[in-house]
Design a protein around this ligand. Structure first.
Ligand code: C5P
Length: 233
């Protein structure tokens, strides 16, 4: 049984502001994307990583990455995240089999822990469908209309936030993403595409520090979390 990573990194990160895409912001000596890849490319269970970057990316070729035990290939990104992931799957299938497991992980989540990769693999490798890391919703959830008025308080019982990695079989995920796209459904995560096919992915509780860098303040949070994990900044 083999496990691969696809890392979509072809977004521009508009909500971060600034001209530099968020994955290329620097934290200490390294960029966010290097901090993200560090965890995956040192993990003994992983056979290879496909990094998906924008065709107009000028920053990636300028990085000087150290040698890691896990090999890395680059694929071209698409218009939306789901197109980028699909391109990554096509690149991967040059080396991987349809029933190999693929873990899709956002480049913008540099605080992923090796423990959480282990947890996903250990819980899901015998599962029929696969699943993802998530966190139960802790706050009270409100539904709000366009004018900002609350229309409803949503019962948070059973509500979870979807994180990454999301782990599915290569062939089934490719089929699910293609089917969703063929009806114009732009999924924002892999589990949504699988659900659309009628599958029921498993939710596995992950670490709370696996945040996605979205707003400018997240950079200092990521720094704190990486330091708490003892990672070199
Ligand atoms: O925009 P958002 O933060 O949801 O993006 C999540 C991940 O998907 C990021 O790592 C981003 O670089 C990636 N992405 C991509 N291709 C796109 C849009 C986003 O690879 N077209």
């Amino acid at each position: 049984m083999r496990f691969w990573f696809i890392v979509p990194a072809a977004g521009v990160g508009r909500r971060m502001g600034g001209v530099l895409p968020k994955q290329y912001l620097k934290l200490g000596e390294q960029t966010i994307i290097e901090h993200t890849l560090y965890c995956l490319r040192n993990h003994p269970a992983i056979s290879g990583v496909v990094l998906v970057i924008s065709p107009t990316d000028q920053y990636w070729p300028q990085l000087h990455l150290p040698e890691y035990s896990v090999p890395l290939w680059v694929a071209e990104g698409g218009v939306e995240r789901c197109h980028s992931v699909l391109n990554g799957l096509y690149k991967l299938q040059e080396r991987a089999a349809d029933d190999d497991w693929v873990l899709v992980h956002d480049a913008a989540r540099p605080c992923l822990r090796a423990d959480d990769i282990d947890k996903l693999i250990n819980n899901l490798q015998t599962h029929a469908v696969g699943g993802l890391l998530g966190l139960p919703v802790a706050d009270t959830i409100k539904q709000v209309d366009e004018s900002g008025m609350i229309t409803k308080t949503v019962d948070r019982c059973g509500l979870w936030r979807a994180l990454t990695p999301q782990m599915f079989r290569l062939g089934l995920l490719r089929e699910a993403l293609n089917n969703a796209l063929s009806v114009g459904y732009i999924v924002t995560d892999e589990a949504s595409a699988m659900e659309f096919q009628g599958y029921r992915p498993m939710m596995i509780e992950g670490a709370a520090d696996n945040i996605k860098m979205t707003h400018p303040n997240d950079l200092s949070l990521v720094k704190t979390f990486l330091q708490q994990q003892g990672r070199a900044i």
